[in-house]
Design a protein around this ligand. Structure first.
Ligand code: F6R
Length: 263
């Protein structure tokens, strides 16, 4: 895993947007996996800016969102579909037909999940998957104990997740108890992974998933087994890392290697 520590939320957002933009420029029909939540809002704002100011072209890309609350219709204000349109899709030239978000109000979740997996496969697999991390270590809604081999399915939310996500709803009771989520196995098949995290509240879990043992109790630790995972953190989320000096030294010196191999 490559660990990049940015001084603050703005820098974290700019760095992660630059990584996504670089992949889109390299492959105009990139298949991009997306996350929702507070963390990527700044990154999406930066991407919208790159589209407006520099003409970054999203017209050929396909996107797949990680998850959606079960029971919420796509136009529900708290749905992740709504979030994506409000925070990103409306501000870029994405094609509506290639912006996939799990359908929360599907009548047959099991069939839908198989269909979603099939669409990812048909698109050629995910090139770059963007992730946030929950305070219980979840990626997508893969709560503690989720199998590393899991595929897109319905998952019950952990108590901490319900509490954390209550801030988006009028009251805690309104938070759906289930969600459709890509599995850890689905996420791990992405060719590249970019996880972003910010704030003091994520410091402990970031230390655990980056430097602790691999365990399904913290599903983000699966990323230690991925061949190309980049983690971009702000200073607060990185504050409990034990090897931060080393990560910073690599960040500041990797140009030496890049020069040597002519990249
Ligand atoms: C959202 C998702 C979740 C969030 C995580 C962090 O699509 O997959 O794993 O990334 O819960 O949420 P925030 O960014 O709100 O702290």
């Amino acid at each position: 895993m490559e660990i990049i520590i940015a001084p603050n939320y703005e820098a974290m957002s700019k760095t992660s947007a630059a990584i996504i933009a670089r992949e889109i420029r390299r492959k105009h029909d990139l298949v991009l996996g997306l996350a929702t939540g507070d963390t990527p809002i700044g990154t999406y704002r930066e991407l919208a800016k790159l589209h407006k100011d520099e003409g970054l072209d999203f017209s050929k890309i396909t996107t797949f969102n990680l998850d959606e609350y079960l029971g919420l219709a796509p136009l529900h204000r708290n749905s992740y579909n709504y979030f994506m349109w409000e925070n990103l899709f409306e501000h870029i030239n994405t094609s509506q037909h290639r912006a996939f978000v799990p359908q929360g109000n599907t009548v047959d979740p099991e069939e839908f999940c198989a269909w979603y997996e099939e669409q990812i496969r048909k698109a050629g697999g995910i090139d770059l998957q963007v992730l946030g991390i929950g305070r219980d270590g979840h990626i997508g809604f893969n709560e503690p104990g989720s199998s590393f081999a899991s595929r897109t399915r319905v998952k019950g939310l952990y108590e901490q997740t319900i509490k954390d996500n209550a801030r988006f709803f009028e009251k805690e009771e309104d938070v759906p108890r289930f969600a459709i989520t890509m599995g850890v196995g689905t996420i791990m098949e992405a060719k590249k992974i970019l996880l972003i995290a910010n704030g003091e509240g994520k410091a402990e879990v970031c230390q655990q998933f980056i430097e602790g043992p691999v365990t399904s109790q913290i599903t983000a630790t699966a990323l230690q087994l991925h061949s190309y995972a980049i983690v971009v953190l702000d200073e607060e989320a990185a504050s409990k890392l034990k090897r931060r000096e080393y990560y910073n030294w690599i960040r500041d010196n990797k140009h030496i290697v890049q020069k040597q191999i002519g990249r």
